[in-house]
Design a protein. Structure first.
Length: 219
């Protein structure tokens, strides 16, 4: 009489899958939000690379931006976009300057206005915003796991005209991918080479512009 037994590798895989399934099934959205809040509170500085893809449903047009971000709480930010157009964006959390070397032009505006126009990659950063405000203003929904990520969907409680999907690293509780869906447009941002609390050269936040740059202020 023949016997059927799992190989050691298959048996180990089955155990791992069962444990992962049990772990993900037990997790609750409040646990994920608490983990994200704890992780965010432990971050003083961060840096990472990003690729942002913007898709327009009406025209089928697709645009890809890429670059790197360095930020320091409570609101300092340095973004260097390398494609499709080189730009340097520096903010202190209130005001922001966007410098485009090829145009020899710089635009000064408020951070809130820039964040709305960029949509993301700034959505990958919390910038020390109060989590109590976030939990008050947004609804959070746990949407299962994908690989090593919890998938969280957040929507504004007052105006449900868009939603953001976050891929939150199961180990670090850091969002490493963000997808914003609004009317006729989808923005997808993926980060990599994420470094937490690296030493930051403070000089990058002091943007020195050439004398012949045309400065435009919207403040």
């Amino acid at each position: 009489m023949s016997s059927h037994r799992l190989s050691p590798i298959l048996a180990l895989s089955a155990i791992v899958v069962c444990r992962l399934f049990a772990f993900s099934a037990d997790i609750k959205i409040d646990d994920i939000i608490a983990g994200m809040e704890k992780a965010d509170n432990a971050v003083n500085t961060a840096s990472f690379n990003y690729i942002q893809e913007t898709r327009y449903s009406l025209t089928g047009e697709k645009q890809t931006n890429s670059g790197s971000i360095v930020f320091q709480k409570p609101g300092r930010c340095y973004i260097r976009q390398v494609s499709p157009l080189e730009q340097v964006i520096v903010s202190d959390g209130k005001d922001v300057t966007v410098y485009t070397p090829s145009y020899r032009q710089a635009v000064k505006d408020t951070w809130n206005n820039l964040a709305k126009s960029m949509a993301v990659p700034v959505s990958l950063l919390n910038f020390g915003d109060k989590w109590d405000d976030s939990k008050r203003d947004y609804a959070f929904l746990y949407n299962g796991t994908e690989g090593n990520f919890y998938v969280v969907i957040m929507t504004p409680k007052k105006k449900d005209t868009w939603k953001i999907k976050l891929w939150v690293n199961i180990s670090t509780f850091i969002p490493e991918r963000t997808q914003l869906e609004a009317e006729n447009v989808t923005l997808d941002v993926v980060s990599d080479n994420y470094m937490i609390n690296p030493e930051i050269n403070q000089n990058i936040f002091a943007l020195k512009l050439p004398k012949d740059v045309d400065m435009i202020s919207f403040k």
